[in-house]
Design a protein around this ligand. Sequence first.
Ligand code: FDA
Ligand code: NAP
Length: 437
Amino acid sequence: METQSEVYDVVGIGFGPSNLSLAVALEEHQSKGNGNPISAAFFERQPALGWHRNMLLPSAKMQISFLKDLSTFRNPASQFSFIAYLHAAGRLAQFVNNQDFFPTRQEFHDYLEWAESSFSDRVTYSSEVTSIRLPQAAGEQPVDHVQVEVRDTSSRGTRLVRARNIVVSTGLVPRMPVGIDRDERIWHSSEFLEKFRKLDHGQVKKVAVVGAGQSAAEIVRFVYDTIPGASVSAIMPSYGYSIADDTPFANKIFDADAVDDYYNGTERSKDSFWRYHKNTNYGVVDDEVIRDLHQRAYDDEVRGTPRLNFLNLSRVDSVKQTGDDVRLTLHSVRNDETYHLDVDVLICATGYDSMEPTEMLGELESHCLRDEQGRFRVERDYRLATGPGVHCGVYLQGGTEHTHGLASSLLSNIAIRSGEIADSIAERRTPRQFSTA
Ligand code: FDA
Ligand code: NAP
């Protein structure tokens, strides 16, 4: 274990869009001449910036407007906006002529890499944060910094850095159906492209995709288009794919004001957000993908060569490997019967759990306050409420669905949220804090 003398005002854990947006916010906070510099270091376990790379399917589009980028909603004049990127890439006019608010995920990824290139001096890649420790000599003194343990994923070496504030932004956690484990022929959608590229496509005749959300629908379309010799079974609990509601009134739940409405609301109002508007995001599919899939099924029917098999009102109960096949046991609620399906490859597009930092917080966790339901208490500025012995800041980007609402794991609000976190860190500085690193 190498102990570093480095101490940072902010250590960001994970460097996806949320903490990249924080890096932008801190930079812009500084350039406005707001007080002493805030030193920041970010640790990311991937070898380079990657935004859900295994789902970068060629025709997949963004689910939010390009204006909900890293910075525009906080600072429309930002040099890190999507418009600034288009300008730098020489594509601004073509983008406007294209008349589409929703770029492809591949173009947005390119934008994120372009923005990241201004911050690479602050990020260490192939570096996984494994735990947070309290300083050894804390004793009766309030804790004003923590030690962040970072493991180098290539050399396996470990180092400790000190942080006066940490911002945890480690993203969604892939969820498999209970009792089903991943292996070479059973994948979660989050590993899709990496596994798909290794497949001998000539040998694949039967593929099943579980789920009725955006990931499932995009994968069904992609596999159907990419392996012309394969039949694709789409296993879904609903009667058919349901549309993601992105109509104007419903979309307001992703506005910055809606965070206040949610945060300050009663338990009943919070429940209403979820009950009436879950269909903006979870288990739903964009109109364009639904129509594409139906068109393909219809064209197959006209040709008399059906390759798409929609197994609706069904859930996967269990999976067994039998020789070369993966045998699924499905349960249909149509007739309450169980039936089997044999496939070469099974892809579980069965969603994600929210970010849950308990394990990572390690020794610090016992100082974090919980509500009556055992969930973290989170202040409006995304700072975990901590006991009197802790003065350092622990901020969350993600995992705050219970306090801040539906946009917690999404991109919609990252520009504003990052600005609020940057402001909070700066405003809470004490005279002892913010000596430069
Ligand atoms: P994100 O998951 O992107 O980044 C977290 C980072 O932390 C990762 O790079 C990970 O490697 C790293 N990490 C994890 N643990 C670590 C550790 N211990 N140490 C160091 N690093 C660690 N939302 C939306 O609003 N519009 C959209 O179009 C989409 N599209 C979309 C597509 C797909 C395929 C998925 C699965 C999800 C979306 N989303 C979305 C939702 C998605 O959560 C959102 O786009 C961002 O990924 C959120 O950014 P974060 O930085 O919070 O998490
Ligand atoms: P999701 O929306 O949570 O959908 C998961 C689906 O799997 C649900 O329909 C769920 O049904 C079903 N499911 C779970 N267990 C099952 C089982 N045992 N048998 C059958 N079905 C089962 O997950 P997602 O599609 O991965 O989407 C996650 C997030 O990523 C969303 O925010 C989405 O918008 C985003 N995304 C965006 C893009 C893009 O930008 N182009 C692409 C992909 C994903 P139940 O709810 O009934 O369990």
